[in-house]
Design a protein. Structure first.
Length: 148
């Protein structure tokens, strides 16, 4: 097992659902970038292995969607994953670096959106934590009538 795999496994343990999605995007993007390099270097076996793994990870992302509660976002992601998977398969069949790079760019855009979701979630969690940790505000006269 390489250091990158060990790091990813450690990161996944105890991670939030959003962080897990981000990790899957990172893996998919990495797989496809390696597939591009393998394609450019004529490494057919490596290219095939990386593309197959990327397709498997995309399937994991797609399979994790909660279509019952996810509403329009889940439907949009379902469609997105279907299109990306089809594009990756097309790139594999046509041995096209350009198509792989297009799919990587699409994944990176959505990956960056997930990073924003994570940042917003962390900010909200910190604000909630700060509010709940703050001592209660004591008034000089707790029985004072505040209505006029």
């Amino acid at each position: 097992m390489d250091a990158r795999t060990s790091y990813r496994e450690a990161t996944a343990r105890g991670a939030s659902p959003v962080r897990l999605v981000i990790c899957l995007y990172e893996q998919t993007i990495d797989d496809l970038r390696q597939a591009v390099l393998a394609l450019e270097n004529g490494q057919i076996e490596l290219r095939t292995r990386k593309i197959n793994h990327a397709i498997t990870v995309i399937g994991q992302l797609q399979g994790s969607l909660d279509m019952e509660h996810g509403g329009e976002v889940a439907r949009n992601l379902e469609s997105f994953y279907t299109v990306v998977r089809a594009g990756v398969c097309e790139a594999h069949l046509k041995q096209s670096v350009q198509i792989l790079e297009r799919e990587i760019a699409q994944l990176v855009m959505v990956y960056e959106a997930w990073l924003e979701v994570e940042r917003a979630t962390e900010t909200t969690a910190k604000q909630t934590e700060a509010i709940s940790a703050a001592p209660p505000i004591a008034s000089e006269d707790a029985s004072a009538d505040w209505s006029a």
